[in-house]
Write a protein that binds this ligand. Structure first.
Ligand SMILES: C[S@@+](CC[C@H](N)C(=O)[O-])C[C@H]1O[C@@H](n2cnc3c(N)ncnc32)[C@H](O)[C@@H]1O
Length: 231
């Protein structure tokens, strides 16, 4: 399968791993909020997982430890990411299926799942495509299920050029442990492909499809976890 340029960047998994390790995208706080949301929703109950744009699953796999996962289905366009995901998910006791697929196609063809998880991938879709995502996700959420969206967002009232300028400055001023070439690769990627929305847009799109936003910790103005359940 041909991989679009938005996905080719993530062959540079070492750079992304450095960003995660330095917690530049608030993965630690988001991870804690994910575990709290899973505990609150499922408790000791077993649940199925659909992970869209799963990447290498390096940050998500450890969060699932201690939960009763019935089965895990991960989809990503990147073959390289899926090869890493297979290793990173090897500790799960449940069946694991990984598929090289577009996240929307996979969502459309999947059976209903208890947990639909999309982490730092939705912002690649246009506003209309995100609305379509919520339409289908609402259909594919099993009764009592949970939709978790971890992603970059714009501040309320902030336009895309201002967001991109602010994020580029953040990259230069805060992500200082990266090599200049790594910062440049990220800058090219975000200015070329990132289309984050303000939280209010995602919330409205979800609510228009009968999903209710749940209260979760919001670690940082641009790096957020949003949680939804059927109203
Ligand atoms: C920033 S990485 C996030 C990976 C992982 N979900 C995480 O949170 O660590 C974004 C991932 O989304 C994937 N991706 C981007 N657009 C996609 C699409 N339309 N369908 C499937 N995967 C996509 C990329 O290949 C990449 O693995």
């Amino acid at each position: 399968m041909n991989e679009p340029a938005a996905v080719r960047f993530f062959h540079v998994w070492d750079t992304y791993a450095k960003v995660v390790a330095a917690n530049y995208m608030y993965h630690q706080e988001i991870g804690q909020a994910i575990k709290a949301a899973l505990r609150a929703r499922f408790g000791g109950r077993a649940f199925t997982v659909l992970d869209l744009g799963c990447g290498d699953a390096a940050t998500f796999a450890p969060l699932l430890e201690g939960f009763d996962v019935k089965n895990y289905l991960g989809a990503d366009l990147s073959e390289a990411a899926l090869a890493l995901a297979r290793q990173n998910l090897s500790g799960l006791a449940c069946p694991v299926v990984l598929t090289q697929a577009d996240l929307m196609s996979e969502l459309e063809s999947a059976e209903p799942h208890d947990l639909i998880y999309v982490s730092f991938a939705l912002h690649h879709l246009t506003t209309a495509q995100k609305a379509e995502f919520f339409r289908v996700a609402a259909q594919k959420l099993a009764p009592g299920g949970l939709l978790l969206v971890a992603d970059v967002v714009r501040e309320e009232g902030q336009n895309l050029p201002d967001y991109l300028e602010g994020y580029t400055n953040y990259l230069t001023e805060v992500m200082v442990t990266l090599e200049p070439s790594e910062r440049e690769a990220i800058r090219e990627h975000i200015t070329g492909f990132d289309l984050p929305e303000p939280c209010s847009v995602l919330q409205k799109q979800a609510e228009d499809r009968g999903l209710r936003m749940l209260d979760v910790a919001a670690p940082h103005k641009w790096h957020r976890l949003l949680a939804f359940a059927k109203a």
